[in-house]
Design a protein. Structure first.
Length: 206
């Protein structure tokens, strides 16, 4: 039997849960640690007059991430480097695969360097729609289809070589924002098959 791929994942939101399920169910994957966010970003949290200027609100997906990881015996952390743990000082490093999706921060090169293959799944077509809210960018541009894109990670966000794309139709609605939400939801089921394709590629190259 081929050696399992030592894997670390930086995941968030519903697409992250789809990817997590795909990794946990894949016999080729040895998932060592999952990083996720347990609170909503400031832009999505209710405003409140307090010392930090907003209410800290738990992400709805956080309990599901926690339960799935704990049941599978996988470490789960809410920040890169939290509690003194990071991919470069972990005894399992270097990893075969670092897989990232919906991560709010640029992943520094010292973390990318801890993996033989560092791959991001971007909710948008690259290189056409990098950065924030790529689905909204596509909807406002009048696109009939949108894509999620797997690409190799570099020190520049959304700039690495493209590995694969999966396309889906834009869901039309009365406003751009509503169309964005519906289209993002329609894309969710495609993250798992794209994850399995990534694992196919990495398995052949490792």
């Amino acid at each position: 039997m081929a050696k399992k791929l030592k894997t670390v994942a930086l995941l968030a939101r519903k697409p992250g849960l789809e990817i997590l399920d795909a990794l946990l169910s894949d016999p080729r994957i040895d998932l060592k640690v999952v990083y996720t966010y347990n609170h909503l970003p400031k832009s999505e949290s209710p405003k409140e007059n307090n010392s930090i200027g907003y209410t800290v609100t738990q992400r709805p997906e956080w309990p599901v991430f926690k339960e799935k990881c704990e049941r599978a015996g996988v470490l789960i952390w809410t920040e890169v480097g939290s509690n003194g743990f990071n991919p470069t000082n972990d005894r399992h490093a270097p990893y075969d695969l670092l897989l990232c999706c919906n991560w709010r921060q640029v992943v520094p090169e010292w973390i990318l360097g801890a993996a033989r293959h560092a791959i991001n799944i971007h909710r948008g077509e690259l290189p056409k729609y990098p950065g924030k809210r790529p689905v909204l960018q596509a909807v406002e541009a009048g696109e009939a289809r949108v894509a999620i894109t797997a690409h190799k990670m570099t020190g520049v966000i959304d700039a690495g070589p493209v590995i694969a794309k999966i396309y889906a139709d834009v869901v039309k609605a009365s406003t751009f924002a509503e169309s964005e939400t519906l289209t993002r939801d329609a894309l969710v089921p495609y993250y798992a098959p794209l994850t399995r394709f990534i694992v196919d590629i990495v398995s052949r190259e490792t």
